[in-house]
Design a protein around this ligand. Structure first.
Ligand code: DC
Length: 207
């Protein structure tokens, strides 16, 4: 049996990992899962009871992939909710199987998130950790928000990213960190094409 062709893409918010992961999936003809959407969907499901740990766990256990298509999940509210409920270990456990089953689909899969290379698919043959200076990420996020017509202030966007980085890295359950054997790709000074080329040269011989 050949081992599954899995590309794990982790990194902090607004590092460009989502864009890169989607491009890689298209390039290789693989399935693609933005795992942040799972946590966003669960957080959004319990938005009126966000401090209620049991409600979040129950929602994660009842997770339905049909939830992933809600347009509200793309917004900042869902991101903040996700960042909170994703620190609950039982929520993460409830979402584990879905992610592993997704990753095992032939001919291959690209998953992006925070713990793909460390927890979900530690045996993935190609792991990337995509990062960038927080100021660069804030500028990119600001541009993206403005492009969508969302009025935003740089200082607020920057603070939001710093808060999320802190929560995602400091939590005890599957914190954001570089996986063993991952290629660290700092995109601060690279454009999207350069990021893609760098990622491709690392991945191609490994899958
Ligand atoms: O990638 P994103 O911005 O959609 O993620 C939203 C939040 O979900 C993020 O702050 C942390 C959490 N998350 C996680 O804990 N594990 C993942 N694999 C993906 C996202």
């Amino acid at each position: 049996m050949t081992s599954p062709k899995i590309i794990a893409v982790d990194g902090p918010a607004a590092s460009g990992k989502g864009t890169l992961a989607a491009k890689l999936a298209r390039h290789f003809g693989f399935h693609f899962l933005d795992t942040g959407l799972l946590y966003r969907a669960v957080g959004y499901q319990v938005r009126d009871a966000i401090g209620d740990r049991d409600a979040a766990i129950a929602a994660a256990r009842a997770f339905d992939p049909a939830w992933l298509t809600q347009p509200e999940l793309r917004g900042d509210e869902a991101a903040r909710l996700a960042s909170q409920i994703s620190a609950i270990p039982e929520v993460r456990t409830a979402l584990l199987d879905f992610q592993r089953r997704f990753a095992a689909q032939p001919p291959g899969a690209v998953l992006d998130g925070r713990d793909i290379g460390t927890v979900i698919c530690p045996d993935a043959p190609a792991k990337l950790y995509v990062t960038a200076d927080v100021e660069v990420r804030a500028q990119r996020r600001l541009k993206e928000l403005q492009g969508r017509g969302v009025v935003s202030i740089y200082a607020a966007v920057l603070q939001d990213l710093i808060d999320r980085d802190t929560r995602d890295s400091a939590r005890s359950a599957a914190p954001l960190k570089v996986a063993d054997g991952a290629f660290v790709l700092d995109t601060s000074a690279l454009n999207a094409d350069e990021v893609f080329e760098a990622a491709l040269s690392w991945i191609t011989p490994r899958i």
